[in-house]
Design a protein around this ligand. Structure first.
Ligand code: 4AD
Ligand code: MG
Length: 465
């Protein structure tokens, strides 16, 4: 008999037909019952809900039934029938039960319910089998799918940019080196420096912090592209919003100015949140009930309301007038901290905010300079509970101006000569941004720690699973 997924048994029982024998496979969430009958809640990961299996104990060997404990993996066959009990519409009357794998109740870490998310992080190899993490993983998949669908519908092309690169796009010096040199016996130049000419690529390379620079090469040929891949940052910030390995989506669009860029960012993020509301309600409802009572409401609010658009200078004025004591003092020129961003979004405007025109000193070299010579056409999208969810800009398309910024910031021209050449040959106005995939997932799952929205988190001192 072909396997039926539990999602189909629960949602499409009418098409299957009540009374039809089915075959289901999955993991035991709970087993309860009495002397005559056992009720087994089976979950196969296709949906947050369990399928109830009813086993008449007179039909099954006692030894077999004893081995059916939380975490065990089963294959059950029997008719799908209307449930006699409350809490579910259908159930399976077991005719055969095969145990694929037992889970010793003494040592199975998920034997009991209600573990903290912190504890579950320590058992990252089993965490996917919990309800909450199942919801997170299904939502993660749904968002990835929705992202590709969104850009495909708009005619943007998916561009794969390299993970190993020689350029520090963000200029923050937070890169992980990639080398095959023997670290115990490093070849040296006559000046005593590491001789990277002996390394695998004949030069010093690192894991990318962003696919943007290469993305721009694509945009200036195909018109509109997006990247969607892992990025790596060796920033030693142990916060609930930073990972050393995270995924980023970076659209880059020729002929878009900063206003088009803001429109795209707002429409993009709203359409993703809408997609989740329309397609993932089972998971959202579970997370809403168990973790964050305002999750669904907050998501609807974002879809239904316009984002505030505001200049950095005005934002600083608002923060200076705020009757709130910030840990990091406010003055024009500072890089906004999460507490500042969240004040603007959660206390002052009570809406997502797009901040633009930041001081050039705190932003990357590639951003287009404003006429004032002090600020650049940057934009950050700030979200409730999260702070910065998107960072982007209009790009400097003027060859001389860009070359000057590269020199001012002491970026070795040998690392970015190819990037500069795009401004030499057929330069065009263009803009783009980066959405942190896990920051988006924080928003659509209501989780408060970024370690709980990625299957295998990488953070300082932590790369176990
Ligand atoms: O603001 P960032 O650094 O921008 C860039 O990398 C640009 N090259 C993007 C572009 O214009 N194409 O990063 C973009 C987003 C942030 O807004 C944030 O959501 C996320 O990436 N992000 C992180 N997410 C998790 N962990 C970290 N350490 C992150 N650093 C940035
Ligand atoms: Mg940023």
């Amino acid at each position: 008999m072909k396997r039926t997924k539990i999602i189909d048994a629960i949602k499409h029982y009418e098409e299957i037909g009540l009374g039809t024998p089915i075959s289901v496979k999955g993991w035991v969430r709970t087993k309860r019952g009495n002397n005559a009958v056992a009720f087994i809640a089976l979950n196969d990961g296709s949906i947050v809900h369990n399928l109830q299996i009813v086993a008449d104990l007179s039909k099954f060997d006692e030894e077999l039934m004893k081995k059916i404990t939380t975490g065990a993996c089963l294959h059950v066959t029997g008719p799908l029938v209307e449930s006699q009990g409350k809490g579910q519409v259908v159930e399976v009357q077991a005719e055969t039960i095969e145990i694929y794998g037992t889970a010793d109740p003494e040592s199975y870490p998920l034997q009991k319910k209600g573990h903290s998310v912190e504890f579950l992080r320590e058992i990252g190899h089993l965490r996917p089998r919990t309800n909450f993490f199942g919801c997170v993983l299904r939502l993660r998949h749904a968002m990835a799918f929705a992202i590709h669908q969104y850009f495909n519908n708009k005619g943007y092309f998916y561009l794969n940019t390299p993970l190993i690169t020689g350029s520090d796009a963000e200029g923050a010096g937070e890169m992980f080196s990639v080398t095959t040199l023997d670290l115990n016996n490093v070849p040296k130049t006559p000046e005593g420096k590491v001789d990277y000419s002996k390394d695998f690529f004949g030069k010093s390379v690192s894991l990318t912090v962003s696919g943007q620079l290469e993305g721009e090469l694509g945009a200036l040929a195909l018109g509109g592209i997006y990247t969607f891949g892992p990025t790596f940052r060796a920033e030693n910030s142990n916060t609930p919003r930073h990972l050393a390995e995270f995924w980023m989506i970076e659209p880059e669009v020729a002929f878009n100015d900063i206003h088009d860029n803001m429109d795209l960012a707002e429409d993009f993020i709203k359409s993703l949140v809408r997609y989740a509301l329309e397609n993932n309600m089972d998971d959202l409802q579970f997370l809403n009930d168990m973790f964050d009572k305002e999750l669904i409401e907050r998501m609807k609010f974002v879809v239904e309301n316009d984002f505030i658009r505001l200049g950095y200078t005005e934002a600083i004025d608002i923060l200076l007038k705020a009757d709130k004591k910030f840990e990091f003092p406010v003055k024009w020129g500072i890089d906004l901290q999460s507490e500042h961003e969240r004040y603007l979004v959660e206390n002052y405007f009570k809406k997502p905010v797009i901040l633009t025109d930041y001081p050039k000193e705190i932003k990357a070299f590639y951003m287009k300079m404003n006429e004032d010579g002090k600020t650049v056409r940057a934009m950050d999208v700030l979200f409730p509970k999260i702070g910065e969810i998107i960072g982007g800009s209009e790009r400097e398309e003027d060859y001389e101006k860009l070359k000057q910024r590269v020199a001012e910031l002491h970026i070795p021209e040998k690392d970015v000569w190819w990037y500069l050449e795009t401004r030499k040959f057929g330069s065009a106005p263009h803009s783009g941004f980066g959405l942190g995939f896990e920051r988006l997932l924080l928003f659509v799952t209501g989780m408060s720690n970024i370690r709980d929205v990625i299957p295998f988190p990488r953070t300082p001192q932590n790369a176990e699973f």
